[in-house]
Each structure stands twice: as C-alpha cells, then as structure tokens.
Design a protein. Structure first.
Length: 245
C-alpha cells in the first residue's frame, strides 16, 4: 500500500484561475498575479498552465530567459514566432520545445478565425544556464496512436523525443482508449496531468480533465482510463528537485 502523502491531488476547480477577454487559464503553480510561496514548483517543474486562447488572439511578443518551455496542443492551433527566426504552427501531436537560454522573445497566437486553441504549457529549469536560445519541434502522432506512454520531451536521451536541457526530467504523454492502462515511471517525483477525459490513478482514485497529481516516491502506480471516454494524460518524470528558496 502506498503512503498517503505520496499523492497530492490538485483538482481543476482548486487551481489558480486567470480569466480575461481572450484567455482562460488554470495554473498548477504560482504564476503571474497568483503568488503562493508554498506553491512555486514541484520537482523540476515550475509552470504547468492549462490555457484556452480565443480565436485571433494570444500572447504577444514577450521575453524569457534560462527556461526550457514545452508546449503541447490539445485542440486547435497555435502560431509560434521568435527572435531567432523560428516560425511555425503547433497542432495536436506536434511536440515543441523552446530553450530560452541567454534570452529570447516570442509570441504565441491562435491564428484561427473561429476556433479556440487549447494547450498545456510547461516550464522546467535547465541544468545549464546561459546557453544559446534554441527551438525544436517534432510530430509524434504516429507514436501516440500506437498507445502507451510516449516520450515527448527528454533530457535523458529518449529516442523520438524532442530534447530539453535538463538531464533529470522527461515528459511523457499517452492517449488512452476507454479502459486503457499505463504504468507510470518509477521516479522520486512525478507530475500527472489529466488533459482530457477521466482516469483512475492507483492509490489516488478518480481524476477528471484538468486535475493534477504530485507524486512522491510512489513506485509505479497504474493509470486506467474511463471506460466510456478514455483520456489523454501528461506525465513529468523527474529525478531531482529544486531547493526551496
């Protein structure tokens, strides 16, 4: 039996919420005007935002520094432009990573005239600061369609994943058919986010879209998708943690 403290469930309705004319966002950690000194990160993960951006709007050009930023689109499209000359459309199944390094400016705009964009943006700290800014994208749709956990972004050398400059972290995704299962990686820290659908997490119970769980030293619990609707989940496997400030 797992220790009760191994699972810290954060319900979608309990997460800090930003809602303005063009953006509806729920934050797993302190972000923007939502600051809580007891909720600044988990493991190596500093940001996990569940964003919905209205058609024709988005995040205008703004800067970042020394951060590995991974964007995963669930529905719709997002147009990326940055100060190093990269430009492209991010869509479901396309993994994207931007290394901010010594400094980068970028924008993320929903180019659609009628469809909202729904995506999750996640930030992890790099293990090396002051690197040259970088960008990578890779379509992993075919791997996701085969089922199971698929590496999306990895600092641990996983083949077929985009790379991040953090040796202690890997982001996994799974698109689960109804009643489908996956076993989470055994790591000191894991962060599970239910992107769509609903699941049962062994040791923690039922979770629905928007729910997140911080898992500490729990071994390899099993995730089982809802029998009617299935699910899509995102899992950060982390082998280190930031020190508290």
């Amino acid at each position: 039996m797992q220790r009760p403290e191994a699972f810290d469930v954060r319900r979608a309705s309990e997460r800090p919420h930003t809602r303005i004319a063009w953006l509806d966002s729920r934050h797993s950690f302190s972000f923007g005007g939502h600051y809580d000194p007891s909720n600044t990160h988990f493991g190596l993960l500093l940001v996990s935002n569940d964003d919905r951006v209205r058609a024709g709007s988005g995040f205008e050009t703004h800067p970042h520094r020394d951060m590995e930023i991974v964007t995963w689109v669930l529905d719709g499209e997002l147009e990326h432009k940055d100060s190093t000359g990269n430009k492209g459309i991010i869509y479901p199944g396309l993994a994207q990573r931007m290394s901010a390094g010594t400094g980068i400016w970028h924008s993320e705009i929903n180019p659609s005239k009628g469809q909202d964009a729904h995506f999750v943006q996640m930030w992890v700290v790099p293990d090396t600061e002051r690197i040259d800014p970088g960008y990578e994208q890779l379509d992993i749709s075919s791997d996701l369609d085969r089922g199971g956990l698929v590496p999306v972004a990895s600092g641990r050398g996983h083949e077929g994943a985009i790379s991040i400059r953090q040796k202690g972290a890997t982001l996994w995704a799974a698109r689960l058919a109804p009643s489908g299962t996956v076993t989470l990686p055994d790591a000191p820290f894991a962060h599970l986010f239910v992107a769509t659908g609903a699941v049962d997490l062994e040791g923690a119970g039922r979770l629905v879209a928007g729910d997140a769980v911080r898992i500490t030293g729990a071994g390899s619990p099993v995730v089982t998708a809802d029998a009617a609707e299935g699910a899509e989940v995102l899992v950060w496997e982390m082998h280190a943690a930031l020190r508290a400030a």
